[in-house]
Design a protein around this ligand. Sequence first.
Ligand SMILES: NC(=O)c1ccc[n+]([C@@H]2O[C@H](COP(=O)([O-])OP(=O)(O)OC[C@H]3O[C@@H](n4cnc5c(N)ncnc54)[C@H](O)[C@@H]3O)[C@@H](O)[C@H]2O)c1
Length: 377
Amino acid sequence: MSKKQLRIGMVGYGFMGRTHSNAFMQASRFFDLGYKPELSIVCARNRERAQAFADQWGYGGVETDWQKLVARNDIDLIDIAAPNDMHHDIAIAAAESGKMVMCEKPLGRTATESRAMVDAVRKAGVPNMVWYNYRRIPAVTHAKNLIDSGKLGRIFHYRAQFLQDWTISEDLPQGGEALWRLEKSVAGSGVTGDLLAHCIDTAMWLNGRIENVTAMTETFIKKRKHNLTGQIEKVRIDDASAFMARFRNGSLALFEATRFARGHKALYTFEINGENASLIWDLHDLHRLQFFDHHDEGTERGWRSIHVTDGEHPYMDKWWVPGLSIGYGESFIHQAADFIKGLDGDPATPTFADAHETDLVTDAVLKSAETGQWEKP
Ligand SMILES: NC(=O)c1ccc[n+]([C@@H]2O[C@H](COP(=O)([O-])OP(=O)(O)OC[C@H]3O[C@@H](n4cnc5c(N)ncnc54)[C@H](O)[C@@H]3O)[C@@H](O)[C@H]2O)c1
């Protein structure tokens, strides 16, 4: 059967530009899809660097202005792998020109921005998705399946952390290429929108909607040199953010993210405790799921470590043989494959509307840190 064309226009060739390009290239090799993704055009402001990326990854051409990319009639899907301040305008223009849109997280710098993006894709009726890729690490998907099967029973607690240590030095500047995450006007917020957004997306996928939150944030380094102005300027993003939450199902939660946890590079962990069973997952050991089942025989009861590499585990029948693990990059391949499968069936999630729910929670977290009150998303 001949496959339909899916011509991709990628905005950005940085960290995510690479993961997405790899995902589209590999998706149709490992998964049986009705479409064949084609790396058509990559867009970035610097033509030489964009061309070098296009040559390396096999893109057919480059654009240096995203508006020209969006206006082209030889592109089916716009994929936004650019910093957060670009998401809103590009996504809305892409939807208005009738193109499918995939966008990196957080969907908006604020929930107000992402609301407008949801409205635009709805009005245009175009397929859309946000790259909350951790859902598609097989051990995380397996956790979802175990929870949905009822094995854990009533849920009491959820805990998540995302710890890094790369901004501890006072000498690290803010702003400009590579350091846009430290500049509020570009990033929207600090670790709340960058790291906690991942934790919140996974949490609501596994455990349902969040009812309310109470939070604290801190900016440990108050002033940093700005890369673009050369001046010492106030830092307006949160370096650390922690919040308590109540889920609508009555369970309680603790969330924490920081870029000041010396020794941790990308330690994303979550734990969920139910009346019958508990689960723990850790990004540094991403193919394992720790599982405790109270229904096990008393003398043998204990935490077991499930090596999520069996053919019966999510996605794993498409990879090597049982016992051999896959990694971070494959979660993006799974997401691209699911998005493409969803074009001919039930749309894959998280859609823009789902990611907007996460933005509502991050907004509530930042508001609560200011007001000192419990806030509702
Ligand atoms: N899903 C995840 O796990 C994950 C991980 C990292 C980043 N992200 C998200 O991905 C997005 C990009 O982050 P990154 O780490 O790849 O950043 P990056 O700095 O590595 O790359 C950003 C890219 O955007 C391009 N760009 C900037 N301004 C542009 C413009 N005006 N027109 C065209 N291109 C432009 C840059 O040239 C660069 O190629 C952000 O929204 C970030 O939050 C998600």
